[in-house]
Design a protein around this ligand. Structure first.
Ligand code: NAP
Length: 267
């Protein structure tokens, strides 16, 4: 497909507005509709900080899909709306590219089966920063040789969940290559609760929340006399956009819904 028509849900949010800028810069992408709860009937250009465009805002995604010709939906909203939007997209033959986090495994399974039945390509990815995906994969590899590891993730202080989805995913990938091992001194004692961080299969995850941060993670492995740190920083929400564009280019030719950007990057 040489030209791709895109609808963005959550278009006036922090990630959604970044997606509108990305689409504006890409000659092969055209924005054809925006979905958000607050700006129904307004044009994109009516909202401060958004690109100069006459494309309209809808609050009803089904109406949006009926009125515009869309190839791809980018969803950057919240788990409840994102699930509803992804399902609507598949039923309308529109390929979903979903960055919204917090879907349950049952929801992912249901959406995957629906997409398979309808032969619609799509992706749900909790992290679209390509560097972060590589950081997770490198960590999985390193765990084969260094079973002693601690994860430190750092995010802005508006983040409500801890540890981050990326930290949990990293720990799960490490677990695939690391025998269960309780780290630290067998008799270690916390004088202040939480001092050693969260425990996952014997390894520790530490969450830092500070204003000014975006999304950062370091995974430190250690062996006798050596230390290996794998580190990734998202300094700006722009860091997620190259992965979203990469995913759009792939889902156009797919007939299934996948979970995780790594499945496209490892091919
Ligand atoms: P945000 O600024 O709060 O944006 C969410 C947007 O969705 C807002 O414009 C919100 O409108 C809108 N919205 C809420 N309910 C809606 C509904 N029912 N229908 C349509 N639109 C609705 O949040 P954000 O920081 O952009 O993050 C959005 C999502 O992306 C979150 O799930 C976040 O965890 C995820 N995220 C993913 C990645 C990744 O790489 N996959 C990276 C960063 C963030 P109002 O403002 O009017 O409520």
């Amino acid at each position: 497909m040489s030209h791709i028509n895109v609808v963005v849900a959550g278009a006036s949010g922090k990630m959604g507005s970044e997606a509108l800028q990305m689409i504006d810069y890409q000659p092969d992408l055209t924005l054809v509709g925006c979905v958000d709860i607050n700006h129904t009937g307004k044009k994109v250009s009516d909202i401060e900080g958004l690109p100069n465009s006459d494309v309209l805002f809808y609050d009803d995604i089904n109406l949006c899909f009926e009125e515009v010709s869309a190839d791809v939906l980018i969803d950057l909203t919240n788990p409840k709306a994102g699930y509803k939007h992804t399902k609507a997209a598949i039923l309308h033959g529109v390929r979903p590219v979903v960055g919204t986090t917090g879907f349950s495994s049952e929801q992912i399974k249901e959406l995957t089966e629906l997409a398979k039945e309808k032969q619609i390509g799509g992706i749900i990815a909790p992290n679209f920063a390509m560097g972060a995906v590589l950081m997770m994969q490198f960590s999985k590899w390193a765990a084969k040789f260094f079973p002693d590891v601690e994860i430190i993730e750092k995010h802005h202080d508006q983040k409500v969940d801890a540890p981050s989805g990326t930290a949990i995913k990293t720990a799960e990938l490490i677990q695939e290559n690391r025998p269960t091992k309780k780290q630290g001194h067998p008799e270690e004692e916390e004088f202040i609760s939480g001092a050693r961080g969260a425990e996952f299969d014997g390894m520790r995850i530490h969450s830092v929340r500070l204003p000014g941060l975006v999304a950062h993670q370091e995974v430190t492995f250690a062996g006798p006399g050596e230390n290996l740190t794998i580190k990734h920083d998202s300094f700006h929400r722009e860091s997620f956009m190259s992965g979203i564009k990469f995913a759009i280019d792939h889902v156009i030719n797919m007939t299934e819904l996948i979970y995780g950007l790594e499945h496209l990057m490892l091919d």
